[in-house]
Design a protein around this ligand. Sequence first.
Ligand code: NI
Length: 138
Amino acid sequence: MSELVRFGVSLEKSLLDRFDALIQGRQYTNRSEALRDLIRRELVQKEWRKGHDVAGAITLIYDHHKRDVLGRVTDTQHEFQEVIISTQHIHLDHHNCLEIVAARGKAKMVQKLADALTSIKGVRHGTLSMSSTGREIG
Ligand code: NI
């Protein structure tokens, strides 16, 4: 773990009040932890923008009865198998499936995979959670 450094921050009282209200709502126990997370969030966004190696999770909701949707989801995952770490399939109810695809690789490829999966006809909801391999966020 890296050395811990203390530094002073000057900001307007009104902004600090809003920050405190924000972090209280998110259950942070102190400002330092909230500030660390804000900085890491910016660093993760930079990793994605710069096309670095990233990690992320793609979440899909679809009705497996809809024609071809299951086959298309599977075909797409085979096409991108080099960036997929694992896939978890949960049968939510009689119709609905939840699929979580964990991916790691070049940002462009992971984004491409997310776009390919979420745009499949019959996928009713899809999200990409952009995260990090953890190497560049301290
Ligand atoms: Ni299912």
